[in-house]
Design a protein around this ligand. Structure first.
Ligand SMILES: Nc1ncnc2c1ncn2[C@@H]1O[C@H](COP(=O)(O)OP(=O)(O)OP(=O)(O)O)[C@@H](O)[C@H]1O
Ligand SMILES: [Mg+2]
Length: 242
């Protein structure tokens, strides 16, 4: 399913957090959102999943205009700050979210076993989340996001605090999920992860300053590093105001 943003704007009070963003994320691709802290990545994701309504413009996931309750089953979301229940076990958290998606009991149990294995938490199934490490919480949060096999998966900085080996394994999972036809939108700061993506959207001060294939974007830099893209953007911005 593709995601189409048409002149989307969102303000918080006086602050224009998303400024006239207009682009389409292609079905079946991995698109990364890149931008400095506070640039609007999380806000953009919240608009795309329908957790926020835009002030101006429209967001469509497939044919459906967001926000839309009917899209809940098609969308998976891994928030930047996990929304886990600390006093429940990993399994109970998964059962809770599974009940929202109305998966049958038997199918749900089988799927829980599957996703826990995917994120390497099989041994921790009965443990209380309160006693999880940061990385374990991230992994459980990912398991929840993919529990109902969504068509579109949103991941807000999914591998922060995760060690390189597990990060590799998680990205292998993303690639597998993508190969099954799922569209993935991921915000990240990690260069290695950018290289895993098909296309990147550069967000700067709430604006989309570039949207292209990762290869094309990196070709514009001298040393092939994403940071350079923002230096270029910063210079252009200074130029515009001069
Ligand atoms: N609920 C809110 N109320 C008021 N302001 C908000 C709210 N959510 C976000 N903002 C503001 O909107 C801007 C964009 O925030 P956002 O969280 O989208 O940035 P981000 O790119 O995800 O940053 P980070 O990389 O630190 O996660 C920030 O200036 C932030 O203060
Ligand atoms: Mg954020």
């Amino acid at each position: 399913m593709n995601i189409q943003l048409t002149h989307v704007e969102k303000s918080f009070g006086e602050q224009l957090a998303i400024n006239d963003i207009d682009f389409t994320i292609q079905s079946g691709e991995i698109c990364c959102l890149l931008g400095p802290s506070g640039s609007g990545k999380t806000t953009l994701i919240r608009l795309m999943i329908g957790a926020l309504a835009p002030d101006q413009g429209t967001v469509r996931v497939g044919e459906t205009k967001m926000p839309s309750m009917s899209m809940l089953r098609q969308i998976g979301f891994m928030p930047q700050n996990d929304g886990l229940y600390e006093d429940l076990s990993a399994e109970a958290n998964l059962e809770f979210f599974g009940s929202i998606y109305k998966l049958g009991k038997k199918a749900l149990e089988a799927r829980i076993t599957e996703v826990l294995a995917l994120v390497d938490l099989t041994q921790d199934r009965k443990k209380l989340v309160r006693n999880f490490s940061g990385g374990m919480k991230k992994r459980l949060s990912l398991a929840i996001a993919i529990l109902h096999k969504p068509d579109v998966l949103f991941l807000d900085e999914p591998t922060v605090g995760i060690d390189p080996i597990l990060r590799r394994q998680i990205w292998d999972q993303f690639q597998t999920i993508r190969a099954e036809g799922t569209t993935i939108i991921v915000s990240t700061h990690v260069m290695d992860e950018v290289l895993e993506c098909d296309r990147a959207a550069l967000i700067y001060n709430g604006r989309l300053i570039a949207y292209d294939t990762v290869q094309h974007l990196l070709d514009q830099t001298e040393n092939g590093r994403v940071e350079e893209l923002f230096l270029i953007a910063g210079e252009q911005e200074v130029g515009e105001h001069a």
